[in-house]
Design a protein. Sequence first.
Length: 288
Amino acid sequence: MIWLVLSIICSVSVGILLKVARGRDGSAFFQMIGWNYLFAALLCFAVYRPGPETALRTGADIPYWLLLPLAALLPAVFLAQANSVKYTGIVRTDIAQRLSLIVSLSAAWLVFRENFSTLRSTGLAIGLISIFLILSKGKTSDGPTKRWYLPAAVLAGFGVIDVLFKKVALFTAFQYTSALFLIFCGAFVLSAIIILVLIVLRKQRLNLQNIWWGAALGALNFGNILFYLKAHKTLTNNPSTVFAGMNFGVMILGALVGIVFFREKLSRVNYLGLALALAAVAALVLSL
C-alpha cells in the first residue's frame, strides 16, 4: 500500500500546484502543462535510463496500441478539464472527475475479471456515496449547462486513462518504466504541437517563466504516475482497490489540505462524506 500512499501524496501536491497556478492566464496554464511532460520524461530517463538498446531488443514488443492513446489522452484530458471548469463550473468538473471511478470499477469487473468480495463491494458502495457527499455544495446559482459533453469528456477521459495505465502495469514483454518514458515523450510532442498552433493562430506569447512551473509539475506528475503503476503491479489481482483507494485517498487528503492550508469551509454533509470515505478505505484494506 506504500506505493498507493505515495501516489496519493503526489497527486494532491499536483492539485495544490495547479490551484496556485489557477489565477494565471489560460495560455500560460497549458504551456506549463506542456513543459511538465518534458521534465517528467527527462526525470524518467535520468532515474531509469531506458536506453535505445531496450527498444532495439524488444522493439517488436513495444505496445504502441497502448502507449499512443495514453500519450494523446493525457494532454487532451487537461484541455477538457480546463474547458469544463470554464464553461460548466468547478463543481460539475470535480464530480465528473471523481465519478470516472465508475469506469475504472466497471473495467476491474468486466476487463480484468476481478472477484468482488462482500466486504470489498460494501467498501466501494460506501465510497461512491462519499463522493457525492464530499462534493456536495448545496444549492448553486448556475443552471443546467448546454455543454454537458465537457464534464462527460472529463469523466470518460480519466476513467480510460486509469484503465490503460493498469494495462501498462500488466504488460510483461516491455518494461513499464520504458513505457512511461515513451508516454511522457509522446504527450510532450502533442502538447508542443497544440502550443505552437495557439501561438500561430491565436497570437499567444511564449512565456519562458512557465518552464519552472512545468519543472515542478513534471516532478510531481512523474512521481504520481510511477507510484500508481507500482501500486498496480504490487496489487495485480486487486485493481479495484488501487482505482478506489487512489480516488478516495485523494479526496480525503485533498480535503484536509484545503481545510488546513487554504481555509476552505466544509459543511456537515461534507464531513460525513469524509468519514464515509475513511470507512471505505478501511474496508478496502481489510478486504485484501
